[in-house]
Ligand binder design. Structure first.
Ligand SMILES: Cc1ncc(COP(=O)(O)O)c(C=O)c1O
Length: 384
């Protein structure tokens, strides 16, 4: 083996010393409070069977896409899926990417141009930040879910900068590490009034809140682009950008993470399609209702146990206890895991330093008893 560069070794040692060296976990058979499989679709037997049947009816190459979407990899199921996505979510059209990470870097590196300005919520996902960094527009962050701070930032630019191009704003409808949401209605109305282009990442809202939180307020026509992903409530893999036909054509021509990569395998496309069908069945809707009632139960227990002071307020499937100290978070997670509950510590740099936390994902299949047990353990750690 070649010697590992000293500089890199030092960086690992720093992480080790700070107690935040990342290691790939060995997944044990534990109660799932960690995955993004909110509705249990990833392991749903009926869904697996339906996807398999659809897959088997397809002609052509089966094991892989064999090329990028612009060459040999554009399987006919893509067209079917993009039609379903556009109709279901209520946008003009959809463009499927290999993952949410690819969709965000592909969008933000290609769409905002030199001279344009992007305002992003300070807690947006790493894929959005990376995409922004790859592009040539100037970017400014605004305080988390703070429309006033955003408006102040925009006013500042308008007063101090003579010339600028388009303004883009990006946020998430459910934040991945906090579980909370912005006031989308106010945000979208503000964007409309000021000719600003909003991009909403709905990765953690789709499926949990049906067709997404933008759909709930019926304002898709005010959204420039929405990013949805299939690796969370849909239990599969992949993502899509929803928006206008012109945006889709633009991305097909300029989005490098769409152009220069092998397309998704046909089996994945079949699984996503069947996932969408499943969402609309009685069983799918029952799973969603169970999830919502579990979130409600979890929140009611927080109040009873007086844990609201450490938990962030959230009506989504993502519930977060900010313990604010690497050691405490790790110890609590270890205790929970030793009792059979899969709950992971979330450390810097995924979250800001000093805001280390336990991220608890609620699922349709979690029981009240399980939720009671984990909250009891967290309450004991908190008070003890
Ligand atoms: C808000 C948000 N956007 C995008 C992504 C990336 O999606 P994917 O896992 O499909 O790459 C994630 C993943 O955690 C996310 O939380």
């Amino acid at each position: 083996m070649m010697e590992f560069p000293e500089k890199l070794q030092k960086k690992l040692e720093v992480n080790q010393a700070k107690g935040r060296l990342r290691m790939l976990p060995t997944n044990q058979d534990q109660v799932d409070f960690s995955s993004n499989d909110y509705l249990g679709f990833a392991n749903d037997q009926l869904l697996q069977k339906r996807a398999e049947i659809l897959f088997q009816t397809q002609t052509g190459i089966k094991n892989g896409a064999s090329g990028s979407r612009l060459l040999s990899g554009n399987h006919p199921l893509y067209q079917e899926l993009e039609k379903v996505l556009a109709e279901y979510h209520g946008y003009e059209t959809a463009l499927v990417f290999n993952s949410g990470y690819d969709a965000n870097i592909g969008f933000f590196s290609a769409v905002p141009q030199r001279g344009d300005i992007i305002f992003y919520d300070e807690l947006v996902h790493a894929s959005i930040r990376d995409g922004i960094r790859m592009g040539s527009a100037k970017a400014y962050k605004f305080k988390h879910n703070d429309l006033n701070d955003l408006q102040d930032g925009i006013k500042r630019i308008k007063t101090h900068q003579d010339e600028y191009g388009e303004i883009y704003i990006v946020t998430e409808s459910v934040f991945s590490m906090d579980g909370d949401s912005p006031d989308l209605l106010k945000l979208l109305m503000y964007c409309k009034k000021n000719r600003i282009y909003p991009i909403i990442d709905e990765a953690h809202a789709v499926g949990v809140f049906g067709k997404g939180l933008v759909h709930q307020i019926g304002l898709q026509h005010l959204v420039f682009a929405s990013v949805i992903t299939f690796g969370k409530a849909l239990g599969c893999h992949g993502a899509a950008v929803l928006g206008s036909v012109s945006l889709k054509t633009y991305l097909i021509n300029f989005s490098r993470s769409l152009i220069y990569t092998t397309a998704l395998p046909p089996h994945t496309l079949a699984t996503i399609l069947m996932g969408y069908e499943h969402l609309q069945t009685e069983a799918g809707e029952a799973a969603r209702q169970l999830l919502l009632s579990n979130i409600y139960y979890f929140n009611s227990r927080l109040n009873k146990l007086q844990l609201q002071n450490i938990f962030l307020k959230s009506d989504s499937a993502i519930q977060v206890a900010v313990l604010g100290d690497v050691k405490r978070v790790k110890e609590c997670s270890k205790k929970l895991r030793s009792k059979g509950f899969d709950i992971r510590p979330i450390l810097y740099p995924t979250v800001p330093e000093g805001k280390e936390r336990l991220r608890i994902c609620i699922h349709s299949f979690n029981t009240h008893g399980e939720m009671d047990q984990i909250l009891k353990i967290i309450a004991e750690s908190n008070h003890g």
